[in-house]
Design a protein around this ligand. Structure first.
Ligand SMILES: Cc1cc2nc3c(=O)[nH]c(=O)nc-3n(C[C@H](O)[C@H](O)[C@H](O)COP(=O)(O)OP(=O)(O)OC[C@H]3O[C@@H](n4cnc5c(N)ncnc54)[C@H](O)[C@@H]3O)c2cc1C
Ligand code: FES
Length: 281
C-alpha cells in the first residue's frame, strides 16, 4: 500500500491564484505555502469565506480530490476541478484571484502503485467518469513520471457535464459521451470492456473514479475478467479525518471502513459494493 502524505495539523489559509472555466467545470488554483506535496487519490477539505452564511449553508467544509500539484516557489500549487452542484461548490466556483481558500489536507490514502495491486502488473488503465476524472489527472502524471505505460478512458454525460481534459496533459485519451458529443456514444465502461478483452490489457491494473454506477460496473467487469482494480470513492464527509464515522461503507470482509482514512481509494474486492447511499452526484 502506498505511503500516505500526512497533513499538517489544523486548517490553513491559501490564496487563490486562478479560477478558470474548463468546459462545464471550474479549475481553482491556490498556492499552499505550508503544505506538503500530496499524492494522487488524496483529497482536501475545502471552505471559503462566506461559509456558514445567513442560512447556515454550507456549514461543513467539502471534500475535493487534488487534480494537480506542482512545486511552486516555497510551496505547492494545488488545482481542484469542481462542478457546482450545491451551496459549497457554488461558493468555491465563485472565488477570484486573491480570495482565501481554507483547506485541510492532504487527507486519505493515495492510489497504490500498479505492482502493489498485482505483482506482475506492467501497465495501468485509468477510467474516469464526470467530475470523477479529477484524481486521475494527477495519477496520470505520477505514472508517467515513473514510466508506467497507461491508457486513459474518460466518459461524460453531455457537453455541459464535461471538462478538465487539459489537466491530463496528453493527447492519448479515449472518450465516451452519453449524448455522443465526443468520442464513443455510450458509457466509458464499454470502452473498458473492449480493452479488457484485448491481449495487451491482461497485465494492466485498472484505476477508476466516477459515479457509483460506473464504479460498480468497473468493479464487476474487473472481477469477472480477473483484472485488479482500485476505485476512488465518494461519500458525504463531515470531518475528513476519521472522527465522525459519517463516511463508513460496508467492507467485503464484514464490518465497515471509513472512506476518509481507509480510502477514498479502495481495492475493488475490499468493498461489498460501490453503490453506496449518498455517494456521487
Ligand atoms: C474524497 C472526495 C473527493 C471529491 N472530489 C471532488 C472533486 O474533485 N470535485 C467535485 O466537484 N466534487 C468532489 N467531491 C464531491 C463533493 O465533495 C460533494 O459534491 C459536495 O457535497 C458538494 O458540496 P455542495 O455544498 O456544493 O453540495 P451539497 O449540498 O453537499 O450537495 C451535493 C449533492 O447532493 C445533492 N443533495 C444535497 N442535499 C440533498 C438531499 N437532501 N437529497 C438528495 N440530494 C441532495 C445535491 O443536489 C448535489 O447533487 C468529492 C467528494 C469526496 C468524498
Ligand atoms: S468523514 Fe468523518 S470519519 Fe470519515
Amino acid at each position: 500500500m502506498s505511503e500516505r502524505v500526512l497533513a499538517p495539523f489544523g486548517r490553513r489559509r491559501c490564496e487563490v491564484s486562478a479560477n478558470r472555466a474548463s468546459g462545464g467545470y471550474r479549475v481553482i488554483s491556490a498556492l499552499d505555502s505550508e503544505g506538503p506535496q500530496p499524492r494522487a487519490g488524496q483529497f482536501y477539505m475545502l471552505a471559503s469565506d462566506g461559509w456558514g452564511g445567513l442560512d447556515g449553508r454550507p456549514y461543513l467544509p467539502r471534500a475535493f480530490s487534488v487534480a494537480a500539484a506542482e512545486p511552486a516557489g516555497e510551496g505547492v500549487r494545488l488545482e481542484f476541478l469542481l462542478e457546482a452542484v450545491g451551496p459549497g461548490t457554488a461558493l468555491l466556483a465563485g472565488l477570484a484571484p486573491g480570495d482565501s481558500l481554507h483547506l485541510t489536507g492532504p487527507l486519505g490514502r493515495p492510489f497504490s502503485a500498479p505492482h502493489e495491486l498485482a505483482p506482475g502488473a506492467d501497465g495501468a488503465v485509468l477510467v474516469g467518469g464526470g467530475i470523477g476524472i479529477a484524481p486521475l489527472a494527477l495519477l496520470r502524471r505520477e505514472l508517467a513520471d515513473r514510466g508506467v505505460p497507461q491508457r486513459t478512458l474518460l466518459g461524460f454525460r453531455d457537453r455541459a457535464h464535461s471538462g478538465g481534459l487539459e489537466l491530463f496533459d496528453c493527447s492519448e485519451i479515449r472518450m465516451a459521451s452519453e449524448d455522443g458529443h465526443s468520442g464513443h456514444q455510450g458509457y466509458v465502461t464499454e470502452l473498458l470492456g473492449v480493452l479488457l478483452e484485448g491481449d495487451d490489457a491482461g497485465s494492466a491494473v485498472v484505476y477508476a473514479c466516477g459515479p457509483p454506477a460506473m464504479l460498480e460496473a468497473v468493479r464487476l467487469m474487473c472481477g469477472e475478467r480477473g483484472a485488479r482494480a482500485e476505485l476512488a470513492m465518494e461519500t458525504p464527509m463531515a470531518c475528513g479525518f476519521g472522527s465522525c464515522f459519517g463516511c463508513a461503507v460496508p467492507a467485503a470482509s464484514g464490518g465497515y471502513i471509513r472512506l476518509c482514512v481507509d480510502g477514498p481509494t479502495v481495492a475493488a474486492d475490499e468493498i461489498e459494493s460501490a453503490l453506496v447511499a449518498g455517494s456521487g452526484h
